[in-house]
Write a protein that binds this ligand. Structure first.
Ligand SMILES: Nc1nc2c(c(=O)[nH]1)N[C@H]1C(S)=C(S)[C@@H](COP(=O)(O)OP(=O)(O)OC[C@H]3O[C@@H](n4cnc5c(=O)[nH]c(N)nc54)[C@H](O)[C@@H]3O)O[C@H]1N2
Ligand SMILES: Nc1nc2c(c(=O)[nH]1)N[C@H]1C(S)=C(S)[C@@H](COP(=O)(O)OP(=O)(O)OC[C@H]3O[C@@H](n4cnc5c(=O)[nH]c(N)nc54)[C@H](O)[C@@H]3O)O[C@H]1N2
Ligand code: SF4
Ligand SMILES: [Mo]
Length: 674
């Protein structure tokens, strides 16, 4: 690495992962020859996960897309390599046709996923929102990734590194050992400082190995468990009355209502042993300060709102909010911080399309004509609820463009596939959705073959359009990626991160230190003036969860939980086979399997009304008898598409993308021998 011609660049991993690791690349002859973590990073300490260390392999993978491809018939596989000029001509013609026929861009739709969370990549949202009338598909990744809790909670979030000072750390609906690995050293530190670690999850995950207490509850019953916890605190007079008086309203009505709660009934609903509950309650009553690390597991259920609000009420009653080491730690989104983040929400002419609308799209076509669909940073034919439905939608739309780096199942169903760059090949800014840091990603090498950065793809398209349709778009055309990114820095972001320009990020990689964040939170213990105890919401799940009512049935007796895989990132990294598993497996409790006469390693049928798939069985006592687990993601060596089992009905309640979530984990299936 000491070769004089070796150059070093700073990067940030742009995956939708809480860590947002910073890394250094070593470049020779325009090639990445080595990468390391950046040891100056306060949260990750320079450690990368297996995926991070595989980036060189990914960058030069033989299946990486090199050129633009076009096919007339979607899914035919008859792709022809074409030039970028030809690609722009085709796109521009399609847009012109739409404009001429409809007089607006209403029949143009954008589906933007979470494949890359960098600010650079909002260029696509920015451009399409600027075309009058474009429709935005409310993707499930948008709904689930932006951490539902963040959008509805009333208390301030806290810096995740400070929970080491807690007396109890409750890891709730999260599996950081798989999905947030840089949290693990902090959990160990908390434990060494004397904290009790509690994991609340229906599945015995890897994270449970670090815990002092594991509460294995029935899915979607977190609210009932929390109500028991609150009631116990109130009865033992272990709550922070000073905090409640200063910062909240509605407490007396709320506590009166809680008197009606029958603990035995609630306990039955959660299906947890009395001994486990008693231990938790004893600790809770004695604890000075509790921190709550909330994952996305809870929000992937129908009753997530009540369940999450109950947890927040618990933290408020205990007065944990704003205390050193206390409070709620959850993902947040930096919506609105930079000029182009979520621009479609500011353009009143854009309209959202909801996933449940797509399921009857064919019949809606007259009111909702969609002539062109642009897909970026997304693989909906794997990750979306009911990909079969989404595939039909893609077939119905006359012209589909996908921008990606690999020929994914989604790209295969597109007319035009445009190859794009990696974080080594483009400039970007990444704002972590977890630890609150902002960092610059430098461009280190030229784009792979003919791939282009998304800024480049969009800017050329905008230029092409401006020649054909004067004044249709307000999209800002700059001559470099850097200039474009600089223009995204508004006052809000500069204030928040105490910077004046993008250039400062070059010098100070992390401009938002952890202690600054803590102080900020102490000053603003509660975001609005007062926290309001919305007891109606908290008691909505009072013994009668909506989805439990439609829960497991004799016909479909198993919950299907499909959490995130430790060695992939949603549908990414599958090519690299980083884990030993080469195929999808369904984990089932040995006793449940034996009752069905199913052996370990056998291929079985997992099915519900919507779909059926054949998959290998893995005996596991980590799942309870009424849950089966399959890791979500893409299994390119097999035909298994897990999400075909997940219904779009789960999104029926969606009215506004920032206010709802998708109940991925309220899926019920049966398992049988083939
Ligand atoms: N390695 C890796 N890391 C990732 C990702 C990845 O794919 N791979 N994806 C990233 C993304 S996009 C996200 S959103 C996050 C997701 O990461 P996490 O927030 O950890 O979310 P999940 O894996 O969906 O589920 C977490 C846990 O919730 C549990 N759970 C399910 N239902 C319930 C319930 O009703 N109550 C409780 N208490 N627990 C429940 C599940 O069993 C699971 O163990 O991870 C990010 N990091
Ligand atoms: N069953 C089940 N399904 C789930 C979930 C679950 O828990 N269970 N979780 C949901 C959640 S939380 C999320 S966030 C979604 C994630 O689902 P998606 O939003 O689809 O995200 P990814 O699979 O990470 O990435 C999608 C594509 O983006 C591409 N990509 C990567 N970088 C870039 C880039 O720079 N530019 C472009 N144009 N493309 C790029 C990748 O190659 C990949 O093909 O999945 C959801 N689906
Ligand atoms: S995937 Fe997450 S943990 Fe792995 S390198 Fe990227 S940011 Fe770090
Ligand atoms: Mo996500």
């Amino acid at each position: 690495m000491n070769n004089q011609s070796t150059r070093k660049y700073k990067h940030v991993c742009p995956r939708n992962c809480p860590s947002a690791c910073t890394m250094i690349s070593y470049i020779e002859n325009d090639q990445v020859i080595h990468i390391t973590g950046n040891v100056t990073h306060p949260y990750t300490g320079g450690k990368l996960c297996a995926k991070g260390f595989s980036y060189i392999q990914q960058n030069y993978h033989h299946e990486r897309l090199k050129y633009p491809y076009y096919q007339k018939v979607k899914g035919s596989g008859n792709f022809k390599r074409i030039s970028w000029e030809k690609a722009y001509e085709i796109m521009s013609n399609e847009l012109q046709k739409i404009q001429q026929q409809f007089g607006s861009f209403h029949p143009l739709a954008l589906y933007k996923g979470m494949g890359n969370i960098g600010l650079h990549h909002y260029v696509t949202d920015n451009f399409f929102s600027s075309l009058n009338g474009t429709r935005i598909v409310g993707t499930s990744s948008l709904l689930n990734s932006t951490q539902r809790f963040n959008s509805m909670r009333k208390s301030k979030r806290t810096d995740p590194a400070t929970f080491v000072y807690a007396s109890i750390v409750i890891i709730w609906g999260a599996n950081p050992a798989g999905s947030n690995i840089h949290l693990i050293p902090f959990i160990i530190e908390a434990k060494m400082k004397g904290a009790k670690i509690v994991v609340i999850d229906p599945i015995r995950t890897k994270t449970v190995e670090l815990s002092d207490l594991f509460i294995q509850l029935r899915p979607n019953t977190d609210g009932a468990l929390t109500n028991i916890m609150i009631k116990t605190l109130l009865e033992s007079k272990k709550f922070d009355m000073t905090f409640i008086k200063q910062h909240t309203v509605g407490f007396s009505a709320f506590s009166n209502k809680l008197k009606d709660l029958n603990i035995d009934d609630a306990l039955k609903e959660c299906d947890i042993p009395r001994e486990a509950l008693d231990l938790l309650l004893n600790w809770l009553v004695a604890a000075k300060v509790v921190s709550y690390i909330i994952g996305t597991g809870i929000q992937k259920h129908a009753d997530h709102e009540e369940n999450l609000l109950a947890i927040e009420a618990l933290a408020v009653i205990r007065g944990d909010i704003g205390k050193k080491g206390g409070g709620i730690f959850s993902k947040f989104n930096y919506k609105g911080l930079c000029t182009n983040s979520f621009p479609h929400e500011s353009n009143k002419n854009n309209q959202m399309i909801y996933l449940n609308e797509l399921s009857y799209y064919s019949s809606l076509r007259e009111q909702l004509p969609i002539e062109m669909l642009w897909i970026s940073c997304a693989n909906p034919l794997i990750q979306e609820i009911n990909p079969n439905m989404f595939k039909k939608f893609m077939q119905d739309v006359p012209f589909v463009v996908t921008v990606d780096r690999f020929m994914t199942p989604t790209a295969l169903m597109s007319n035009l596939v445009l190859p794009t760059t990696t974080h080594f090949e483009e400039t970007d800014i990444i704002i972590s959705n977890w630890h609150g840091e902002i960092a610059l990603n430098e461009k280190a090498i030229s784009p792979f073959y003919e791939s282009r950065s998304e800024w480049h793809i969009i800017t050329e398209l905008a230029k092409e359009l401006s020649e054909h349709f004067p004044v249709t778009s307000s999209f800002p055309i700059y001559s470099t990626e850097e200039e474009y990114l600089i223009s995204q820095f508004n006052e809000q972001v500069c204030d928040r991160y105490s910077i004046t320009s993008l250039y400062e990020l070059k010098e100070r990689l992390n401009s938002f230190t952890l202690s600054e964040l803590l102080e900020l939170n102490q000053q603003n213990k509660i975001k609005s003036d007062k926290y309001y105890f919305d007891f109606n919401i908290v008691f909505e799940n009072d013994m009668h969860s909506k989805s439990l009512a439609q829960g497991p049935t004799p016909e479909f007796p198993f919950w299907l939980i499909t959490p995130h895989h430790p060695y992939t990132l949603n549908s990414q990294f599958h090519y690299l086979n980083l884990s030993d598993e080469k195929e999808a497996c369904v984990s089932i409790h040995p006793k449940a399997a034996e009752e069905l006469g199913i052996f370990d390693g056998e291929v079985v049928r997992v099915f519900n009304k919507q779909a059926s798939l054949e998959i290998k069985v893995l005996y596991s006592s980590h799942v309870p008898k009424d849950i089966v687990m399959i890791y979500q993601g893409w299994y390119p060596n097999s035909d298994v598409i897990i999400n075909n089992l997940i219904s779009e009905q789960q999104s029926m309640t969606i009215e506004s993308p920032s206010n709802h979530s998708i109940a991925f984990y309220d899926t019920f299936v049966n398992v049988e021998k083939i």
